[in-house]
Design a protein around this ligand. Structure first.
Ligand code: UDP
Length: 234
C-alpha cells in the first residue's frame, strides 16, 4: 500500500533510535496504526510525512496482523513502552529531554511522575499541547536544545508538528506518543497485562472508553479487508 514499516525487534528499535539521537539532524519516529494509514490514504501530505520518517514502528496489533497477512515479519512495538524505554536510556546517558502535548495539568503531572520514577531523568522543557503558534514552541526547543523530544498531540497533528520541526530545530530524536502522557499522569489506566500480552489492548480501551469505538470501527476491519485484497494482487 506504499508505506514502509520497520521490522525491528523492540531492542533493535532502541539501538536504532539511540544512533539517531547521536545523529546530525532531526529524526522522526512514527508509531503507526491502521487509523493513521487510512488517514494517510486520504491526505497526501500526511502520507508523505510517514514516508519520510526515519523510523516507522508498528504500534498496534492491526498493523502486526496486516504485515503477517502479507507474509512479512512483524514485531509489535507499543509506542508508550518504546518512549518510556527511550526516556530511561536518555536518563542513563544524561541526554536532555523535552515533552510537548496534552492538557496543562496532564503534562505537569506526567513529568512529575516520570521524574520520580526514572532516576536522573533530565527534562529541560515541557509545554501543554494546546497552542496555536508552533513557531514559539520551536523557538523554545532551539533555546533548550533537548536531544529527545516526545510529542503528544494526537494524529496527524503530532506527526505534522515533528515534520515541520525538522527544518528549524537542533538535531534531536522526536517521537509521536499519542495518549501516553494521559497514562503517565495517572489519568488513564493501561489495559491489564493479560490484555496486552494477548494483543487485546484495543478491546480494553474501547470497552472502558466507548467513544473510541468510532476510531476503530469500521476503520480496522476495512483496513484488514484492504490488506487482504492487496495481498491477492501481489
Ligand atoms: N492533544 C493535544 N493537543 C491537541 C489535541 C490533542 O495536546 O490539539 C493531546 C490530548 O490531550 C491527548 C493526546 O493529544 O493527550 C492524544 O491522545 P489520543 O488518545 O488521541 O492518542 P492516541 O489514541 O493516538 O494514542
Amino acid at each position: 500500500m506504499g508505506f514502509n514499516i520497520d521490522d525491528f525487534t523492540f531492542e533493535g528499535a532502541v539501538v536504532r533510535a539511540k544512533s539517531l539521537i547521536d545523529g546530525q539532524k532531526v529524526s522522526q519516529v512514527v508509531t503507526i496504526n491502521p487509523e493513521m494509514i487510512q488517514a494517510a490514504e486520504k491526505d497526501s501530505n500526511f502520507a508523505n510525512i510517514i514516508k519520510e520518517a526515519e523510523m516507522v514502528i508498528p504500534d498496534g496489533v492491526g498493523i502486526k496482523l496486516a504485515l503477517k497477512l502479507t507474509g512479512k515479519k512483524a514485531y509489535r512495538i507499543p509506542g508508550i513502552d518504546f518512549a518510556k524505554r527511550m526516556l530511561e536510556e536518555a536518563a542513563s546517558t544524561n541526554i536532555p529531554v523535552a515533552v510537548v502535548g496534552a492538557k496543562q495539568e496532564v503534562v505537569t503531572k506526567a513529568v512529575e511522575n516520570l521524574q520520580k520514577e526514572i532516576s536522573g531523568l533530565n527534562i529541560v522543557y515541557f509545554h501543554n499541547g494546546y497552542f496555536d503558534d508552533n513557531e514559539s514552541i520551536y523557538e523554545e526547543l532551539r533555546a533548550k536544545a533537548p536531544k529527545l523530544i516526545l510529542v503528544a498531540l494526537g494524529s496527524p497533528k503530532q506527526e505534522e508538528f515533528i515534520y515541520n520541526a525538522k527544518k528549524t530545530i537542533n538535531p534531536a530524536l522526536m517521537i509521536g506518543i499519542g495518549g501516553s502522557l494521559d497514562v503517565w499522569s495517572g489519568n488513564i489506566k493501561r489495559a491489564p497485562k493479560i490484555f496486552r500480552v494477548l494483543g487485546l489492548e484495543w478491546l480494553y480501551r474501547t470497552v472502558t472508553q466507548p467513544s473510541r469505538l468510532k476510531r476503530i470501527f469500521p476503520a480496522l476491519p476495512l483496513f484488514l479487508i484492504k490488506v487482504i485484497n492487496y495481498k491477492d494482487k501481489i
